[in-house]
Every structure is written in structure tokens, then in C-alpha cells.
Design a protein around this ligand. Structure first.
Ligand code: ADP
Length: 610
């Protein structure tokens, strides 16, 4: 889809909502909701069904009561019935009222249950899903599934359930009573139904198409919103406010366009059902009246029949309109299922045992790897890291260094070769045990919008306050934390925004300290810091490295110098390995890198390295 915005330059090709949504039939969606989600709550479902059946049956009883009133009270002058009938009507209406209340409350409960269950399942899928898939899909698409799509499913579930069961039954009971009273009249009234059905089916297809587009656009809107919020600094710095606003405008316009299309298709249902009901009732009045004048139809009979016909149309109209809502619900549900049904490629083998870490020896055995696009990223990557050894990966950007860390945490699986920790293939053991064996420290530490204490204890929830303070001291974080107004209870703000880069990093170190994982994976955690902050973090880092097996990505000489072994990576292969002095003496790729990159970085350090 391409549409020009007001500037004439803004176009959107396909949008950012790239998640594939399967075309599932309404029947399949409803069956799945019923079997998967509602069945455990079958008692409530049963109460809802009973109340709907009772509600529908009371509607079916009304025409008979009218018939009796007209025939027995007005025509036959039966006084006894004059006393009984009002009581009967009050009873019927009373039952109907209770049934109505029960069905509304139970429907709302079931609707909310469906949605909360769908949200929980989506969240579980997301947390267990492959990193690659989550990263590839725009976060706004997920937000939209949780908020927008779920909301539509909830409304649809609550409303269509009542309509489908109660209104269908009401129509059924009333039609049955019409046929019971006079089948010829009933045939007349129902003559238009097949046409209405065909017309509604056509409308439903149209509605489903435009609903799908509007939901996709709503997903794009979510994506764009999160993207803009995340990059507002750049948007402002490059003075792109107007352009972003125009892009937003295009999406909003598109949503309105598709929503209007849906609204028009939905509204088109009204005139058709109204006209058909008018024709049906007119025909019934004409034929019934004719029979009344020239035939032998009683007034009561006719009045009862007409009441049934009149009562049939409102639920029929609701049923017709439900088609639109059902379409919306089914489309939104299939978007939610697209998230829920994503199966992780990186999954635990059945019966997998936890990893047994003894010495924390890591072995990459001829590992090959490529991301989705198939371009090889690691080729025959072969490396053994001895217990307690510190290995640095150096090399140009894109050489595959981060990929090696990702594979060690089993965020992805190699396409060839194996990764062993203490002799165990990490694909054969449980996922949490693999990830629990390593602590990852990155350039940009991830903090959650919680207190410092919670952030440090993340992943070690049962740590005591003393242990937390001890970890913070070891990470050179205790002093700055103590100076904060609320100390360890200070909230760090979104993504730790209220702390400086160095402070964030030290909180992350404290977290790793507390986790006390035998393997440490470092993605140059000091590279984003200035010299002063780095000096503070450096001491903390040294404490952290002690006694652990370490695999680190290094861009700086200060990091490289911590390593017992340096591996130079180029295009996914290790082209050189050795200590700093060995590699300098070799005068190969590392030596060239050293002279172009490290020398001049920090003169004192560079001199020390030589
Ligand atoms: P380095 O850390 O050495 O800079 P990376 O391991 O990040 O290198 O990346 C190696 C190659 O893999 C690069 O060409 C990069 O474009 C590609 N790559 C990295 N992550 C992904 C991903 N999630 N999906 C597809 N390709 C990726």
C-alpha cells in the first residue's frame, strides 16, 4: 500500500506490522476459544447458556400469552383468565429479567476471562520466544496485540456470545411458534430470510477485509508511536517533527479510511434487514387480514402471530449486526494467535536435565552459524576456554563477536558444530540452567524501572539485604547508592534514566556479583564510559573477573590487556590467537589493529602494552 501524505513525499510501503497472520475461519477461532480457553470455566459457561435459553424461551412464550388474551378474554369473555394472565405475564417477564441479568454478567465475565487468558498466553510466548523473532517484530505490533486487538476480542466475545446463542434461540423459538400457529403465514414472513443470509455473508467478507487492514494500521500506529518516543531526541535534533507528524497523519487517515469502510458495510446491513422485515410483516398483515375477513382466522390467532413476527425481527437484526462484530473479533483473535502460536526454535529437549557446572570450561567445536537471511556469520569457529581463563575477542565490527556471546547464552542454536560447557552440549540441558551459568554485561546495561535494590537482586530474588549491599560494595556502587536520597530504595526511572552511565554500569556489575555465575560474558562494558567513570568501574570489574571463566568482546586496549588469550576474528573465523605480546611479535592482523586502533587511544596504556 502506498499513499501520499500532504507533503507529497510521505509514502508507506507495507508498514511496520510484519507479523504473518494466518487466515483462520470464524468457526476455527470460536472452536479454539471455546475448547482452549472457555472449557476450564465450563460451569460459568453452562450458567450463561441456561440463562440464555431461559431468556429466549420466555420470548417465545409472549406471543402465546397475547393469543390467549385476545381469544379468551376479548372474544370468549373468560373472566377467570383476566386474573390469571397478568400474573403469568409478570412471572414470565420476571424470569426473563433474571435470565437477562445472569446472561449479561456471565457473558461479561467470560469475555474478560478470554481476554486475560489471551494476554497471559501472549506474554508467556513473548518471554519464551526466540530473541531473533522478537527483535525482528516491531514492539509496537506486540503492544497493539495486547491493547487494541485484545480489547476488540473482549468486546466481540461478550457481545457475539449472547447474540449467537440467545438471539439465535429467540429467533428459533419465535419462528417455531409462528409455524405452530400458522405455517402459511410463517412461510410468508420467512420468505426473505435466505436473501438476507446471502447478503449478510457477502457483507461479512467485505467487513473482514477492511477490519484486517484497519487493525494492521493500528499495529503500525503502535509501532510508530514507540519508535518516535524512543528516538525523540534524534527527531528533534534533525528537525524532523513535521515529517514524523505527517507520517503519523497518513497512518491515522488510513485507519479512519478502513474504519469508515467497515462502518459503511456494517450500516448497510440495517436497511436490508429493515426492508425485509417490513415486507414480511406487510405480507403477513395482508394475508392474515384477508383470512380474517374472508376466512376463519381468529383475532387472537392473528394478534399472537403478529407479535411473534414483530418480536422475531429485533434479535434477527442483532444477529445480522453481530456478523460485523464477529468479523472484527475473529480478525483480532487471529492476530493474537499469530503471536501465541509462534513456536520457539530454541527449545528445550524433552526430559532435559540441568547443566552441571563443575569448572566452567567452555568449548566451541567447529561452530557454524547464520541468522535468518542465511549469510554465514560464524564459520568453523573453534575455541576452548579453560576454567578461569579470560579470552578476548577482537576484530572489526560485524566479525561475529556478539554472535558468539549470543550462542553461549543459547539465544540461538548453531547450524553446525557444538557448544559444550563442562563437556555438556548446551542443547541437551535445560535453558534456564544454561542462562543461569553465565552473567552478561553489555555496553548499555539494562535496568528496569524499579528500585536499585530490585535491580541488583534481579535474578537472585532470595538475596538478603546484606548480600545486596555486599555485592554493591564489591561493584564500587555502595557509596553512590548511599548518597542517593532514598538509598537502595531509589527508583532508577525508565531504563535507569535517572542514573549516569557509570552508575548504571556499576548497578549491573552488582547484579552480576550477586548472581555469582561461574561464566562471565562481557560486551565491552566500559567502552561507553568516560575516563573518570571507567576508572571507578575498572576496579569493580577486576573484582568481578576473579575466579570466573570470562569471554569478552574487546575494543579497548585496557580490556584486551585483561585477557589471557586474544582471538582475532575476521568474517566469522578466528584468524589469529595468542597473548598480546605473541600477537604483536607475529606482526599480523592483531599488530595492524593495535597500531591503527589502540595506539593513541590512551598513550600511557598503549605504551604499557608495548
Ligand atoms: P560484531 O559483534 O563482531 O560487530 P555481530 O555478531 O553483531 O558482529 O554481527 C555479525 C553479523 O551478523 C553482522 O553482519 C550482522 O549484520 C549480522 N547480524 C547480527 N545480528 C543479527 C540478527 N539479529 N539478524 C540478522 N543478522 C544479524
Amino acid at each position: 500500500m502506498t499513499q501520499s501524505g500532504s507533503s507529497g513525499e510521505i509514502s508507506r510501503d507495507g508498514g511496520t506490522d510484519t507479523l504473518t497472520v494466518e487466515d483462520i475461519s470464524a468457526y476455527a477461532v470460536m472452536r479454539r476459544l471455546l475448547v482452549d480457553i472457555l472449557w476450564p470455566h465450563r460451569r460459568v459457561l453452562f450458567v450463561a447458556l441456561i440463562s440464555m435459553v431461559v431468556g429466549a424461551a420466555t420470548s417465545g412464550a409472549v406471543p402465546f400469552l397475547i393469543q390467549v388474551v385476545a381469544d379468551e378474554v376479548f372474544v370468549a369473555k373468560n373472566e377467570m383468565l383476566l386474573y390469571l394472565l397478568p400474573v403469568a405475564i409478570i412471572l414470565v417477564m420476571g424470569v426473563r429479567g433474571v435470565a437477562d441479568w445472569t446472561s449479561k454478567v456471565t457473558d461479561a465475565w467470560l469475555g474478560n476471562k478470554v481476554v486475560s487468558e489471551l494476554r497471559i498466553r501472549m506474554f508467556e510466548t513473548l518471554t519464551k520466544a526466540d530473541l531473533a523473532w522478537v527483535e525482528r517484530t516491531h514492539s509496537g505490533r506486540f503492544v497493539s496485540a495486547f491493547v487494541n486487538d485484545a480489547d476488540i476480542v473482549q468486546r466481540a466475545a461478550a457481545k457475539t456470545m449472547t447474540a449467537l446463542v440467545k438471539d439465535s434461540l429467540t429467533v428459533l423459538f419465535l419462528t417455531a411458534s409462528m409455524f405452530y400457529m400458522d405455517w402459511r403465514l410463517a412461510l410468508l414472513v420467512c420468505a426473505g430470510m435466505p436473501f438476507a443470509y446471502l447478503y449478510l455473508t457477502r457483507q461479512r467478507k467485505r467487513i473482514s477485509g477492511s477490519v484486517r487492514r484497519s487493525l494492521k494500521e493500528a499495529g503500525d500506529l503502535g509501532s510508530m508511536l514507540t519508535q518516535t518516543l524512543q528516538s525523540l531526541r534524534v527527531v528533534k535534533a534533525y528537525r524532523q517533527e513535521q515529517r514524523e507528524a505527517e507520517r503519523f497523519h497518513v497512518i491515522v487517515d488510513n485507519i479512519v479510511r478502513y474504519l469508515m469502510k467497515t462502518a459503511r458495510s456494517r450500516a448497510a446491513v440495517g436497511p436490508v434487514t429493515e426492508t425485509l422485515s417490513g415486507v414480511g410483516i406487510a405480507a403477513a398483515i395482508f394475508y392474515g387480514g384477508w383470512q380474517g375477513i374472508y376466512g376463519n382466522v381468529s383475532l387472537g390467532h392473528f394478534a399472537g402471530f403478529l407479535t411473534a413476527a414483530m418480536l422475531t425481527y429485533p434479535p434477527m437484526r442483532t444477529l445480522a449486526q453481530t456478523q460485523a462484530q464477529l468479523s472484527e473479533g475473529v480478525t483480532a483473535a487471529s492476530r493474537i494467535f499469530a503471536v501465541i502460536d509462534h513456536s520457539a526454535i530454541v527449545a528445550e529437549k524433552p526430559g532435559a536435565k540441568p547443566l552441571n557446572v563443575r569448572e566452567a570450561r567452555i568449548r566451541f567445536e567447529h561452530v557454524d552459524f547464520s541468522y535468518d537471511n542465511g549469510t554465514p556469520v560464524l564459520r568453523d569457529f573453534d575455541l576452548s576456554i579453560e576454567p578461569g581463563q579470560k579470552v578476548a575477542l577482537v576484530g572489526p565490527s560485524g566479525a561475529g563477536k556478539s554472535t558468539v556471546l549470543n550462542l553461549t547464552l543459547r539465544f540461538f542454536d548453531p547450524s553446525g558444530g557444538r557448544i559444550l560447557i563442562d563437556g555438556q552440549d548446551i542443547r541437551d540441558v535445560t535453558l534456564p540452567s544454561v542462562r543461569g551459568a553465565s552473567a552478561l554485561l553489555t555496553q548499555d546495561p539494562v535496568l528496569f524501572d524499579e528500585t536499585i535494590r530490585t535491580n541488583i537482586a534481579y535474578g537472585s530474588e532470595d538475596a538478603s539485604q546484606e548480600q545486596i549491599i555486599e555485592a554493591a560494595k564489591a561493584a564500587a556502587a555502595h557509596d553512590f547508592i548511599s548518597r542517593l536520597p532514598n538509598g537502595y530504595e531509589t527508583h532508577v526511572g525508565e531504563a535507569g534514566g535517572r542514573l549516569s552511565g557509570g552508575e548504571r554500569q556499576r548497578v549491573a556489575f552488582a547484579r552480576a556479583m550477586l548472581r555469582d555465575a561461574p561464566i562471565l560474558l562481557l560486551d565491552e562494558p566500559t567502552s561507553a564510559l568516560d575516563a573518570e567513570a571507567e576508572a571507578k568501574v575498572q576496579t569493580a570489574l577486576d573484582g568481578l573477573l576473579k575466579g570466573r571463566t570470562v569471554l569478552m568482546i574487546a575494543h579497548r586496549l585496557s580490556t584486551v590487556k585483561r585477557a589471557d588469550l586474544i582471538c582475532v576474528m575476521v568474517e566469522g573465523r578466528i584468524v589469529e590467537r595468542g597473548t598480546h605480546h605473541e600477537l604483536i611479535a607475529k606482526n599480523g592482523a592483531y599488530a595492524r589493529m593495535f597500531h591503527t586502533q589502540f595506539v593513541g587511544e590512551t598513550p600511557a596504556l598503549a605504551a604499557a602494552g608495548r
